[in-house]
Design a protein around this ligand. Structure first.
Ligand code: HEC
Length: 120
């Protein structure tokens, strides 16, 4: 059977909207309930971490997704303890495929970033 043009068009549109729904809209800081320190941390995250780590998914990008990273005793990829001390080490000194940020982030930036990471 040959489909009329309009049916083909409708099918195409339906497919496009299905795909579009899969891309989650970015939530505002208010929607996420972030306090001022966590919002500052989110900006730092967006600047330096987002290109390699998804914040709200465990799906990998260049590095593992960081959703719920403090929820378990150990970090899923490196197996290091999921605490502020070890995570600060990772951020400041980097990993084999991750740059370190000790030259970029101040002590305050690091605290703000950690505050945000705890909300993931
Ligand atoms: C160029 C890409 C890249 C950037 C930018 C980057 N990372 Fe990573 N990160 C990685 C990779 C790759 C790993 C996995 C390293 C490993 O297996 O040792 C990783 C590992 C981690 C881990 C450990 C995860 C686990 O499950 O063990 C944490 C936490 C982390 N990164 C946080 C950050 C934060 C916070 C930033 C921003 C300050 C950042 N990363 C920036 C690539 C990146």
């Amino acid at each position: 059977m040959i489909w009329p043009r309009s049916a083909l068009l409708m099918t195409a549109l339906a497919l496009v909207s299905l795909v579009a729904c899969d891309v989650e809209r970015r939530k505002s800081d208010a929607e996420l309930g972030l306090n001022p320190q966590q919002s500052r941390g989110r900006k730092i995250y967006d600047n330096y971490c987002d290109r390699c780590h998804r914040p709200y998914s465990t799906k990998g990008k260049k590095g593992p997704g960081l959703k719920g990273m403090f929820a378990h005793q150990y970090l899923p990829q490196t197996g290091l303890p999921a605490n502020d001390e070890r995570v600060s080490d990772i951020i400041m000194h980097g990993r084999p495929d991750m740059p370190g940020y000790s030259q970029v982030l101040s002590a305050q930036d690091l605290q703000d970033l950690l505050a945000y990471l705890h909300t993931l």
